[in-house]
Ligand binder design. Sequence first.
Ligand code: DGL
Length: 264
Amino acid sequence: MADDRPILMFDSGVGGLSVLGPTRALLPQASYVYVADNGGFPYGIRSEAEIAARVPALLGRLVERYRPRLVVIACNTASTIALAAVRSALDLPVVGTVPAIKPAAEQSTSRAIGVLGTDATVRQPYVDDLSARFATDCAVLRHGSARLVELAEARLRGQPTDPADYRAVMAGLLGQPGGDRIDTVVLACTHFPLVAEELAAAAGRPLRFVDGGPGIARRVAHLTQDQDWPAAPTGEAIFTAPLEVGAPLRAALAERGLGRIAIL
Ligand code: DGL
């Protein structure tokens, strides 16, 4: 019997598309509701209290409205601050996005890894905890960048971005004491894989980039493995505040199966 319930993915903006991509590749039979909280964007410069108040309440509303089978918080900032609160408020599986420090530590040969996230994410105790559990013998250097989130949003809207901006971001990480030893960089903000090529070019030397998208896709596939699917899967992008959706953004959404666009 067909089951029309969608998978709901949530981010402050277009970053969660880096999670939707690998998830759709594994589960093309699913319907997706992708929610961009552009009304609250950017999360990375907000306080813990603001995120903790906003995200569970908004997700509660979204779950009532779209009745998903599962929620993915495709945002490191929201997950590292509010995942536990969202899980206890919602009566369905919630998959979070946390910095991919474990796979990075497994792959690093120099035993020095970088964590590139939003300012709010890189200061979370969650990052200390992941480093202590999975990267004990690694130096873990962090850098927070709000600029890189803006660059990724601009890139998806087809706007030109300046290579010097990406170089400045990479210098903020690699220029720290010990940064020259980094061989693996965790993209700990879902916006950043969308500009991975630009970051690789800006690094000036070969680096391995790791993000949570593929792991989340596998987790979602595992949690839904015995379920039925819609007869005709759909994809919808929901924005929480009015915006101009130009042709490049519309195309980027359509490319990822989000053919319908609506405002909450
Ligand atoms: N994409 C989000 C993350 O993974 C946050 C971007 C922002 O709104 O600052 O952290």
